[in-house]
Write a protein that binds this ligand. Structure first.
Ligand code: SAH
Length: 184
């Protein structure tokens, strides 16, 4: 239902439905559709959830989450990118997506705790604050590794202090830049 060609620059329109990431400018990318699918599936959404996304980028992943969850909050570091995705998501009438500009490694306390958190940029470790902003039973999916290759990792919060960890295979994302990620 979510048309990927609406979220990418004109120049790559012909490649919109190929299964690989594409440039969206500012050194950032729209994720590969297969990876979007794996990450979305890992959150096990039923339609009632409150989800936090770190790295709005093109807005494509946010739109897919908005189809499958009740409410989506998304944080983007680069104002120009956030502005562009807001515009397209408004045109498509996604009223259940709220975007803010800031450092997503610090989470978004105001709307926490979340049923699901999805980080669409590569991190050296899972940001502690994001783990803390999960509900008990909540799921965090995040690529963990170095800047060249990462392991898609799912953390399920089982209690106040216990998390179960599962691996969903390797991937390659742009860097998560922030206080609890990589330095600029
Ligand atoms: N989910 C996006 C893909 C995003 S690419 C999509 O569907 O297209 C990764 C994005 O994360 C980039 O736009 C980058 O600017 C952003 N980013 C990197 N570090 C961040 C941080 N600390 N907080 C919020 N956004 C961040």
């Amino acid at each position: 239902q979510v048309q990927r060609h609406l979220f990418i620059p004109e120049a790559y329109i012909d490649e919109a439905y190929n299964d690989y990431p594409l440039s969206i400018g500012y050194g950032q990318t729209i994720s590969q559709p297969f990876i979007v699918a794996i990450m979305t599936e890992a959150l096990k959404l039923s339609g009632k959830e409150k989800v936090l996304e770190i790295g709005t980028g093109s807005g494509y992943q946010a739109a897919i989450l908005a189809e499958l969850a009740e409410q989506v909050y998304s944080i983007e570091r680069l104002p120009a990118i956030a502005k562009r995705s807001r515009k397209i998501l408004d045109e498509l009438k996604y009223s259940n997506i709220v975007i803010t500009i800031g450092d997503g490694t610090l989470g978004w306390k105001e709307h926490s705790p979340y049923d699901g958190i999805i980080v669409t940029a590569a991190s050296p470790y899972p940001p502690k604050i994001l783990l803390e902003q999960l509900k008990i039973g909540g799921r965090l999916i995040i690529p963990i590794g170095d800047e060249f290759t990462q392991d898609l990792t799912l953390y399920i919060r089982e209690s106040e202090s216990d998390y179960k960890k599962e691996s969903y295979g390797s991937c390659r994302f742009v860097k998560l830049i922030g206080e609890q990620g990589w330095r600029e």
